[in-house]
Every structure is written in structure tokens, then in C-alpha cells.
Design a protein around this ligand. Structure first.
Ligand code: BDR
Ligand code: CA
Length: 344
């Protein structure tokens, strides 16, 4: 948002935001449940000019992930739809590792189980196909075209971004910022005691991106786990606001939320990827600290751990800050944005 001017009254001074032009953006995603909710938000936001959705293996294989992205686009039902391009089928070095146990075997909560009143499938097979263009080419082409104006929002493992860096570092370095859902700075991991899922799946890619020199905002578990979506709230919302989108959100989150109910003691889920889109829209939702961060690639117990050097006597010359790590979030304001952007 651009800050236009300050308005004052007797008690407050507060910024007034202009109606900004939509910002060119790419979403890079591994096609899971929270990715789907994030894409709904991005498609509905006036602040985002979504140039492409690039897809990779993570929560689910890349082909299913691309189908899931096309499903979301179909449900939101916009006329102008972004390009969808497939990229990496596996991490740079490690073997593939998915989260089908949490997101469902289709990555979207087993959508085939839902039927209409007449018994027909609520989510019939789609006829749309992803582009034949390669995701890495799409990322580089868009970086070249929009340069500093382009934000990439990375919602999965960082393999596509690392491959783009490897192929043409100079061009990728033109982008203004990468907002990354990944890592954990002051809190434990989720897939292991040390690591957050996206960094765990491809720690080598995450470390390459840390060293890229590109401005990075890290939306890690420190803030993502302060942004819960409660099952009963989303069901009440869908009842009050019946639409294809609200029905889809209730359906696709069922299995995902049951995982949290059974394993984390609350019936709902964390809005990891939606929060990254929220931060890309409005950075004032979070407070950040600039830190020097590395990602452990080999540790027997710590692979995928994002390690921020938080020492006072850190060597600023050899370890300059490379990441703006989000540490606090205005949950209420973020949830308002989330509900605003899932409106049809
Ligand atoms: C991340 O892991 C994935 O399963 C989610 O989609 C999110 O991007 C949270 O750790
Ligand atoms: Ca994801």
C-alpha cells in the first residue's frame, strides 16, 4: 500500500492508504488445502494482479497440484484467469516427501467424496489444462518483464525458485521481493521438532534462496500458528453466505481440520499460506525483525531447520541480515481480510 498522507484528530495520527494499483504477483504453490484458500484470496484481491500461478511437488505431486489450482480458479469463476504452469516434480537433492496424510490423497480433502442432492459429483473432472510452458521459464520471463514491481509469493517448497536462480540468477534478482511461507524462527517446527514442512521438503532449495540476495519476507510458523481458522466459524460463515466458494472451503478443509482436531486439540486449521498472501497484500499485518538466516541441509535431527542468528554479538559484516522474519501478527485484522476476500 502506498502511504498518501497523515490525517490527525485530537487523539490519533493515522495513515490514509491510497487506492493502490494492483501489484504484479506470481504465486508459487504445492496445491494443498491452505494453498487453495490462499489462491482464493489472491484471485479476489483488488491489490493483486496475478500474472501466473506456478506449481511444484510438495503437499502432493505436481500434476495433482496443478489440477487443484485449476479447480480453485474454476470455483472462483473469474473471467480473466492467470496462467498455470507446472515446474519441479521433486526436491533438488532429497527424495519427494508429501503431506497427503494431512491434505488428503488429492491434496484437497478428497473432493471426490462430495455429491450433489441428485447424486452427481459436486466436483466433476475439469476440462481445463495447465499451460505447456515450464514454470521456471514463466518465473524468469515475468521477473524480466516486471522487475522490481514483481512480488513472488512462495507457498510450497522453494524448488522452483531455486531452479530459477540456478538458471538465471541475474534475472531473478530483479524481482522486488519474495514472500515465503516457510521456516520457524523462535518456535518449534511442525513436520519435525526442528523444521517447518516446506523447508523440510527441500532444505537445499531454501538455503539457496536465503543466499540469493533478493529481499525476502519470511512468514513462518511464528506467525502462521497465531492465525487459526476455527471449524465452527467457517461452517457458520458458509451457512450465512452460501456460495460455491464457501461450500468448497467447508468441503476441502474437512480432513485437514480433522487432523488438527485429532493431533493439536483444536477443531480448525492454521492459515499458513493465506497469511503469506495477506502479508503480500498488507505488510502492516505483521511486525518483522531483520535476521541472518541459514537453513540446515544435512542435520540428522535438524534437516530443514531455519536457523536465525539472534545473538547480540552477531558478525554483521560476514552475516548481514538476509530475511525479514515475521514475528507478530494482528490476527483479528488478518482474519477480517481473509473473510473479506473469500466473499464471492
Ligand atoms: C506449509 O506446509 C504445507 O503443508 C502447507 O501448505 C503450508 O505451505 C505449512 O508448514
Ligand atoms: Ca503450501
Amino acid at each position: 500500500m502506498t502511504l498518501d498522507f497523515l490525517v490527525t484528530d485530537s487523539l490519533h495520527i493515522y495513515p490514509v492508504m491510497s487506492n493502490p494499483l494492483p501489484r504484479p504477483m506470481i504465486i508459487d504453490t504445492d496445491g494443498g488445502v491452505d494453498d487453495a484458500l490462499a489462491i482464493v484470496m489472491a484471485l479476489n484481491s483488488d491489490h493483486i494482479d496475478l500474472k501466473a500461478i506456478t506449481v511444484l511437488a510438495g503437499n502432493i505431486d505436481v500434476h495433482q497440484a496443478a489440477k487443484n489450482v485449476l479447480r480453485v480458479i474454476n470455483i472462483v469463476g473469474l473471467e480473466a484467469i492467470p496462467l498455470v504452469a507446472k515446474g519441479c516434480t521433486k526436491p533438488l537433492v532429497n527424495p519427494p516427501f508429501n503431506a497427503a496424510g494431512i491434505h488428503g490423497s488429492d491434496g484437497l480433502g478428497e473432493l471426490h467424496q462430495f455429491k450433489n442432492a441428485d447424486g452427481s459429483p459436486r466436483y466433476p473432472a475439469l476440462t481445463t489444462e495447465p499451460s505447456t510452458e515450464d514454470a521456471i521459464e514463466v518465473i524468469l520471463k515475468t521477473a524480466e518483464e516486471y522487475g522490481n514491481d514483481l512480488t513472488i509469493v512462495a507457498l510450497g517448497p522453494l524448488t522452483n525458485i531455486a531452479m530459477a536462480l540456478e538458471k538465471d540468477r541475474t534475472t531473478l534478482q530483479k524481482v522486488g521481493r519474495i514472500v515465503i511461507m516457510g521456516g520457524a524462527v523462535k518456535v518449534p517446527g511442525n513436520i519435525s521438532a526442528a523444521a517447518e514442512f516446506n523447508f523440510f521438503v527441500d532444505p537445499h532449495a531454501a538455503q539457496m534462496v536465503m543466499e540469493s540476495g533478493i529481499p525476502l519476507t519470511l512468514v513462518g510458523l511464528d506467525v502462521a500458528m497465531k492465525a487459526p481458522l476455527v471449524r465452527s466459524d467457517v461452517e457458520a460463515y458458509a451457512q450465512k453466505n452460501p456460495s460455491q466458494v464457501s461450500q468448497f472451503i467447508v468441503d476441502c478443509t474437512g480432513i485437514y481440520m480433522a487432523f488438527y482436531r485429532d493431533n493439536e486439540g483444536f477443531h480448525g486449521c492454521y492459515l499458513h499460506d493465506p497469511l503469506a498472501v495477506g502479508v503480500a497484500i498488507d505488510s502492516s499485518l505483521v511486525s518483522t525483525e531483520s535476521v541472518y538466516m541459514v537453513v540446515e541441509t544435512d542435520g540428522k535431527f535438524t534437516a530443514g531447520m531455519s536457523l536465525a542468528d539472534l545473538r547480540d554479538r552477531r558478525d554483521e559484516v560476514n552475516s548481514p541480515p538476509n530475511v525479514d522474519a515475521c514475528l507478530e501478527v494482528d490476527t483479528e485484522r488478518f482474519l477480517k481480510l481473509f473473510y473479506d476476500l473469500i466473499q464471492p
